[in-house]
Design a protein around this ligand. Structure first.
Ligand SMILES: Nc1ncnc2c1ncn2[C@@H]1O[C@H](COP(=O)(O)OP(=O)(O)OP(=O)(O)O)[C@@H](O)[C@H]1O
Ligand SMILES: [Mg+2]
Length: 153
């Protein structure tokens, strides 16, 4: 399926792609996702280092009214952000060798109490959350300021 322009800001359907030109569009796309994702949703983001997963999450946080900085929680693994629009849970499972580590840290309760849970590098959890939305982010070879986002499921 051909990538569309970033003007269509609704959640993509599975298999559909969109090109995001620059950090601002990356964050605005993240913000646009919220209205289509019901409370308690898990959103998996996959894609290589620097593909823009955390940037997209920053847009979600801003849309929820969070005034602080969302950074990579690589060392904390899981970071709940209290926002005016409800709790945003941000997980970076890059260094997790077994999903049991996240469950031992209370992942399920944190997801249940969150408006939205965004999980980077969460492949080991895909089977546990079959209803989750999965987006893939990729660099576009011809232009370092463009990312392609594809809804996988
Ligand atoms: N659409 C875009 N166009 C240009 N630059 C972008 C875009 N999206 C993100 N960036 C930039 O790419 C860099 C990496 O982004 P980000 O930290 O969001 O990636 P990531 O996928 O979370 O990486 P990691 O896997 O290391 O956590 C940042 O400097 C960010 O500003
Ligand atoms: Mg990141």
């Amino acid at each position: 399926m051909q990538p569309e322009s970033a003007e269509s800001q609704a959640l993509l359907v599975p298999g559909q792609s969109l090109l995001l030109r620059g950090l601002d569009e990356q964050q605005r796309f993240g913000a646009s996702l919220l209205d289509t994702l019901s409370p308690g949703t898990v959103l998996f983001l996959e894609g290589e280092l620097g593909a823009g997963k955390t940037s997209l999450t920053q847009g979600v946080a801003r849309r929820l009214g969070f005034a602080g900085t969302v950074s990579s929680p690589t060392y904390a693994l899981m970071q709940p952000y209290p926002t005016p629009g409800g709790q945003l849970l941000h997980v970076d499972a890059y260094r997790v060798s077994h999903p049991g580590e996240l469950y031992d840290m209370g992942l399920e309760d944190l997801i249940a109490e969150s408006r939205l849970s965004v999980i980077e590098w969460g492949q080991a959890l895909y089977n546990d959350y079959p209803a989750a939305v999965l987006l893939r982010l990729e660099h576009v070879l011809e232009d370092e300021n463009v990312r392609r986002v594809t809804r996988v499921r």
